[in-house]
Design a protein around this ligand. Sequence first.
Ligand SMILES: NC(=O)c1ccc[n+]([C@@H]2O[C@H](COP(=O)([O-])OP(=O)(O)OC[C@H]3O[C@@H](n4cnc5c(N)ncnc54)[C@H](O)[C@@H]3O)[C@@H](O)[C@H]2O)c1
Length: 349
Amino acid sequence: MEPLRIGIVGAGAIAQRNAKEAAASGAAKIAGVFDLNHKVARDMAKALSAPFFPSYEALLADSTIEAVLLSVPHYLHKPMTVEAASCGKHVLVEKPMANTLDEAREMIACCEKNRVQLTVNYSFRYLPKVQKARQLIQEGALGDITGIQIIAHQFKDRGYWSGARSNSPDDWRASKEKCGGGVLIMNVCHVIDYVSFITGLKGTRVYSEYATLGSPAEVEDIISVTARLSNGGIGSISASSIMRGADQAEERIWGTKGTIILDPEGLSLYSTRPIDGKRPGKLFRYAKFPNVSWTAEWVKGFTSAVRHGAKPAISSQEGWDNLAFISAAYQSMEKGVPVEVEPYPGPLQ
Ligand SMILES: NC(=O)c1ccc[n+]([C@@H]2O[C@H](COP(=O)([O-])OP(=O)(O)OC[C@H]3O[C@@H](n4cnc5c(N)ncnc54)[C@H](O)[C@@H]3O)[C@@H](O)[C@H]2O)c1
């Protein structure tokens, strides 16, 4: 398969990993680098033996570049996707797809109009423990799913909010306008995506409460969400970025025949059925998973979709569904009522 010639746009914290792993995947050739901060872009271009471009327009004007990988602050996802698509470039955009559903709609319409593919970086789907949980559920380990609980607590210090860990320090993460929100849209979006991938379920109606109680930021640092699931089950999320000294990350998925618990080290399974060669009625631990570059898997999948003219595995629909859930959660708190999740608008052209 001919590698996809990708222009790296944004050479900040996550772009360092994205660019290296895309290059190492064998499915991409880094064909250019641009960042407003020319120094970090030049450094990356040199490290990857790729050309440096002094502007986004110059990079998009290079006809040998087939796609862009956008690792830029959230408020730039929409305008930079639209600009790239209008120049006939395929787009790999970091999560979340955008800050609002109106922005996401414009991105979908523009990519459709220009016949380019769009993917959102929900590559945690390629984590082996996530793939395993999905497989166990597809084999019937849980029966009918009745409940999902996502717990995600950590502590973000002042340096996080001022961007001190980036090679281009900037406080965009603290701004509602630039970031779209806090811990839910920034961090938990990954978990919402992969739990939906594992279970095949979506949230359909959402109620939430959130607040900013301990951070120098406009965006929420604590949130609680309750959701009705597409099969009638109930889901909940408890997340914050202000829990000191006791990080907690766990997803529990349970049903009429069993329970799966995912945590940072692996997963546990209890099933009343004989699944995966395990004795029914006992709690089993899966902890030894191979190391996989989830970013490389994402890039490989996207290159294959582009080369075969197919829809990418993580397409604009997956990006939309995730953002629609998160947007409903934010609206619910703002309006003080439960909010229905807006379905994918389908082909817009
Ligand atoms: N997939 C993951 O696990 C993961 C992890 C962290 C961040 N992210 C996402 O990656 C994106 C970037 O986050 P980050 O932590 O790397 O941020 P960052 O602040 O470290 O980097 C952003 C970069 O974008 C550049 N930039 C800003 N405006 C630009 C413009 N107009 N044109 C070109 N470059 C511009 C900045 O100079 C900076 O180098 C966000 O969407 C974030 O949510 C994803």
